[in-house]
Design a protein. Structure first.
Length: 216
């Protein structure tokens, strides 16, 4: 039997108010086998130098779950529009048909789907026969639409003068057509400079034709 090298240490322990004693036996060899807890090495500091204090940062707590507030649904307000403002308007312009001129030079001839008015050079007047033929054509062409193409003789170097004369002729015929019952929106007037594209056609003329694509 192996001889014990160290004496046994008896520690009295009070277990109860009756002071019943018990003995605890410790083995010194077993204490040597217990390794101390690892500690960080301490670096010596020079005298007068304060050792930095290492602060422990606690773990950030998880953010609390926020519950969105309950918002009552409010219907949008109905926009209040201001009352309409009265806008002053002018009465429609009254178009007066020109009176026929007794001694005006000109004539009226029928063409395909329309009527041609021949004017005297430099004039936009209509005589009695031209006015009567134009009103008879308007009665047949109602409600329209009709196209008016006016031409006037002149010099190619000065196209503005014959164009102004063409405009005066087309406006005179348009006024008679409106007076005869065709709405102004159904009359398409066009004033042209001198035109010689149609062989044998007079230079001073006004061609009025029914627009077949819209005429029933």
């Amino acid at each position: 039997m192996q001889r014990c090298l160290y004496p046994l240490i008896a520690l009295p322990l009070l277990l109860s108010p009756s002071r019943a004693a018990a003995q605890v036996t410790l083995n010194p060899d077993a204490l040597k086998q217990v390794k101390p807890a690892a500690t960080a090495p301490v670096t010596p500091t020079a005298p007068g130098v304060k050792r930095p204090v290492v602060k422990t940062v606690p773990h950030a707590a998880a953010p609390a779950k926020l519950t969105p507030p309950v918002v009552a649904v409010i219907p949008p307000e109905i926009a209040q529009l201001p009352p309409p403002v009265a806008v002053p308007t002018r009465p429609p312009e009254k178009i007066v048909a020109p009176a026929p001129v007794a001694n005006a030079i000109g004539s009226a001839v029928a063409i395909k789907d329309g009527l041609r008015l021949d004017f005297g050079a430099g004039s936009s007047d209509l005589n009695q026969a031209m006015d009567k033929s134009l009103r008879a054509f308007a009665a047949r062409a109602k409600p329209g639409p009709v196209a008016l193409d006016a031409y006037a003789s002149g010099n190619d170097s000065d196209p503005s003068t014959p164009r102004r004369l063409s405009l005066a002729r087309v406006l005179a015929a348009r006024a008679i057509l409106i007076d005869a019952g065709i709405a102004s929106k159904d009359i398409y007037p066009r004033a042209h400079a001198p035109d010689t594209s149609i062989s044998g056609a007079p230079a001073d003329r006004l061609d009025i034709v029914i627009v077949a694509s819209n005429h029933s």
